[in-house]
Design a protein around this ligand. Structure first.
Ligand SMILES: [Zn+2]
Ligand SMILES: [Zn+2]
Length: 303
């Protein structure tokens, strides 16, 4: 079931990317500003007539496209596939961003002859996929024999986790205090409890599931369950978008009052929070999470 909700979410994200469609007057072409998938490239690859003025793309169509991306003819086939086939599909979807990724994977699969086993022996295809995608040395560490590995503690461990701090990871969704879910051990935990391992030979480090060595998932496989406060450029972009067309007109440094906590401050101090439930960014009072005021609770006041 978890796999299916993941597929549904990916379809929603795909649809959201589609909704950034606009007509580029210069190029005389429909273009996109997608956040996740290269939707224009996918349409081209799967021969969708998205350059037609009357082209429409619904959630159902998005689900269909998700199924195609991972090698199924129909959405129904994907959601009725076996547990290990779905695990493979989720693993791949996690890595597919554009048609080139898909093409590379399909070519590799057919080159090795493994495409014939996609359904009968999905587990070995998954094992192969893991190897294929973990060709980067760093990601391979987790598969090394444990006597080659040191599990770090203290300062070294802290340093490795630091890359997920607000300061070092301003627009990232995975933070040290995020609650994450590991699909392999089916457990959720606070990300700061993750293990950090080091290869004794190469000295490369990797952040892995807290249940390593029993679980071989890396941080790349963990799903973030907690809302995440965004910082940096991403945050400013969302704030700027929100003030477009707001009445009464408001500027990025307009003074606002929060109807919930009563505090007055500059609009640009508001928090931008990414919700893992709907995969959308929401604007909250600057006192989030103590105050539950949202964007429309921030009313312009005259200084
Ligand atoms: Zn795990
Ligand atoms: Zn407030």
């Amino acid at each position: 079931m978890e796999h299916i909700s993941y597929f549904k979410l990916q379809a929603k994200i795909l649809l959201k990317d589609y909704k950034t469609r606009y007509f580029n007057e210069e190029k005389k072409f429909y273009c996109y500003h997608p956040n996740h998938f290269d939707i224009g490239g996918l349409f081209l690859y799967y021969e969708y007539p998205d350059q037609d003025e009357n082209f429409s793309f619904t959630l159902m169509n998005a689900q269909h496209l998700i199924a195609k991306m991972v090698g199924y003819d129909k959405w129904e086939d994907l959601i009725h596939a076996s547990e290990s086939e779905q695990e493979l599909a989720e693993f791949l979807l996690n890595r597919f961003r554009d048609s080139q990724d898909i093409q590379n994977w399909e070519e590799t699969l057919s080159f090795t002859g493994l495409d014939r086993y996609r359904t009968e022996a999905a587990e070995s295809v998954l094992e192969y996929a893991r190897q294929y995608y973990e060709l980067e040395e760093r990601e391979q560490i987790v598969r090394l024999p444990t006597d080659r590995i040191t599990v770090l503690s203290g300062k070294q461990r802290k340093e490795a986790l630091m890359q997920f701090d607000d300061e070092h990871n301003p627009s990232g969704l995975l933070r040290t205090d995020s609650v994450v879910y590991c699909s392999h051990c089916r457990q959720s935990f606070v990300f700061s409890k993750s293990k950090v391992i080091k290869d004794k030979e190469t000295n490369l480090t990797m952040v892995v599931c807290k249940n390593y060595p029993n679980c071989k998932n890396t941080y790349l496989d963990l799903k973030v369950l907690t809302p995440t406060i965004l910082y940096g450029d991403e945050r400013m972009k969302i704030l700027e978008e929100d003030i477009q067309g707001r009445l009464p007109h408001i500027e990025i440094d307009s003074k606002v009052r929060c109807l919930h906590c009563g505090e007055e401050y500059s609009y640009k101090e508001a928090k931008v929070v990414f919700s893992p439930d709907d995969h959308e960014e929401h604007i909250h009072c600057k006192n989030y999470p103590q105050c539950d005021g949202l964007s429309f609770d921030l009313i312009k006041v005259d200084d």
